[in-house]
Design a protein around this ligand. Sequence first.
Ligand code: PGA
Length: 225
Amino acid sequence: MKLVAGNWKMFKGPAETVAFLDELEPPAGVEIVVCPAFASLAVAVGRGLPVYAQNVHWAEQGAFTGEVSAPMLRELGVEGAIVGHSERRQLFAETDETVRMRCAAALEAGLRVIACVGETEAEREAGETDAVLRRQVAAIPRHDALVIAYEPVWAIGTGKTATPELAQQAHETIKELHDTRVLYGGSVKPENAAELLTQPAVDGALVGGASLEPESFAAICRAAT
Ligand code: PGA
């Protein structure tokens, strides 16, 4: 079964979260996950879909102002977390090492993990895609509860989607390095979801912008069935 995760980023407070989940008509035959902002996690839990956080710290507790730990998420009923999203890597100094630590702590605490990798436009143009993927994937722990999301940075929020062939190729590279499911992310929309999701190495999608409206998110989920 394919996995479709909606990454809401810093959108939707608690009221909009409840409204979205009330309106969404999730199809059967696909695993669906929503990833609200921390402030909206509590109201999202218990409304029919697994809820993941968008980040998680590596320590159980401590002097880490602004961070949230895996046991705290578990206590809320959160089932997993995204780790190493490119926005965290680019805007908040996330490194391969902190990604490794966050993944390990989350898995240890019993959370599922969507670990993100992907090259920037400059890296792709310099012919470094393979090397970047190898380096990033090497930092990600092996675990049954972990999936990888391939999100080419140049395709995130830009409307530029990787071609299905290019996604397939990158997913094959990742699967050679790590025996896991690999989701594609980067401008996935109802119009392109089917052609991406029918690639044999594409095991699902991590959706940003198009996951914010119940109808477009449901359309992408249907394309994955
Ligand atoms: P996008 O974001 O679908 O808006 O490109 C994907 C992501 O950042 O996970």
